[in-house]
Ligand binder design. Structure first.
Ligand SMILES: Cc1ncc(COP(=O)(O)O)c(C=O)c1O
Length: 375
């Protein structure tokens, strides 16, 4: 079993953390705040909630609310899972197996890579760090083989925050259509972005073989609900994924279904607060990176709540992040957490999360670490 690099890093450093810049989700909401947003129907649903088994696909009323965000997918095309991770793993298991080939755009969340390479031969295509993390479509096209089944992407991307332009996304869909490939987009950071005019459509809306994976975890800041989903237009995929789910988490937790329904009923309120926090934090980060341009640079994240900072110090990013964790209790994730077994990726980067409060104080500790290095 390959090492789960993020898990190892966190288990080494998390206990001493005083400033958490390693998180990848928006600030969360207390249960009481969420319940306070419930309308009368949801409040009655919550108070009268039975704790029996639920619908294997997710409650019909929850799926109806989820699909309101899609234009081409109805409630039958939504299946609820225990978070995006389970949704992704099961979608990939339905779509690819022994003898197949897949293309994975990197860098990405390591469990996605581990899931794919455990299923079939996989080619990694790296976003171009010299071109603001652009996706080179020619490289995707060159990786296609006769047995290629799917392309897996994650836009907005974790860790870089990259959102490719809508025209590039259309071209990627056209390429997949020409070759009959599934296109799976991990869309957990959708709707948290800087310029709504550049927002990508859900891939399940835009492409008949598109599979959208999403969750309450990141943009909404509710990972503890463990509610994620697949959205797609293919009845066969829905049937098979539901079958596999029955051998995994089986059902969504009944309280989580109600709470996700409440949160999605207040979708705009939740997202507006989370976008505001991300935007304020980005302002702080912009000023910090500008002041320390000799040590850091980045492609400003287009979406999501993480960015990938290029570190220019001679001590190297791994040593810098370890020192930051040890001396200041400030946690950022060095490039070793994002390494891939499929292709080499740039090494002198660290991921910084900016979805929570307290970013300005945490950033000060990075400045102090730089000064100590210089002293
Ligand atoms: C890109 C990406 N996809 C999926 C997940 C898993 O999300 P969930 O907590 O909903 O399983 C994560 C979590 O960090 C992530 O960053």
């Amino acid at each position: 079993m390959p090492e789960y690099a993020l898990g190892s890093f966190l288990s080494r450093w998390l206990a001493g953390t005083r400033h958490e810049l390693a998180a990848s989700e928006s600030k969360t909401w207390p249960l009481a705040a969420l319940l306070g947003m419930a309308d009368d129907a949801d409040r009655a649903r919550w108070e009268g909630l039975g704790l029996g088994y639920t619908d294997p696909c997710g409650a019909a009323w929850l799926r109806a609310r989820i699909c309101a965000d899609y234009v081409g997918v109805d409630a039958e095309g939504i299946i609820g899972f225990a978070g995006a991770q389970e949704a992704l793993q099961i979608a990939l298991r339905v779509l690819a197996g022994a003898g197949d080939h897949a293309i994975l755009v990197l860098p990405c969340y390591q469990p996605s890579e581990l899931a794919l390479i455990g299923l079939c031969e996989t080619t990694g295509v790296a976003l171009d760090s010299n071109e603001g993390w652009a996706l080179d479509l020619d490289r995707v096209a060159a990786a296609i083989r006769p047995n290629t089944k799917l392309v897996l992407v994650n836009f907005p991307n974790n860790p870089t925050g990259k959102l490719i332009p809508p025209a590039a996304f259309e071209a990627l869909i056209a390429l997949c259509r020409r070759h009959g490939l599934w296109l799976v987009n991990d869309e957990v950071y959708r709707l948290i972005d800087r310029d709504p005019s550049q927002r990508l459509p859900c891939v399940a809306d835009a492409y008949e073989r598109g599979v959208s994976v999403d969750a309450m975890s990141k943009s909404y800041g509710l990972p503890g609900l463990r509610v994620g989903w697949i959205a797609c237009r293919d009845a066969g995929l829905v049937r098979q994924a539901t079958g596999l789910k029955q051998m995994a988490s089986l059902y969504l937790a009944a309280p989580s279904e109600v709470l996700a329904h409440v949160a999605l009923g207040r979708r705009e309120q939740l997202l507006a607060r989370n976008r505001r926090i991300a935007c304020d934090n980005l302002g702080v980060l912009d000023r910090f990176l500008e002041t320390h341009a000799e040590s850091f640079s980045w492609h400003r994240p287009d979406g999501g709540v993480t960015g990938y900072v290029h570190y220019h110090g001679n001590d190297g990013v791994e040593a810098f992040c370890a020192r930051l964790a040890l001396e200041a209790g400030t946690l950022v994730l060095p490039a070793s957490v994002w390494r891939s077994s499929l292709c080499s990726l740039p090494t002198e980067y660290f991921r910084i999360g900016f979805g929570r409060l307290g970013t300005a104080e945490a950033i000060k500790t990075i400045a102090s670490a730089l000064h100590r290095r210089a002293a």
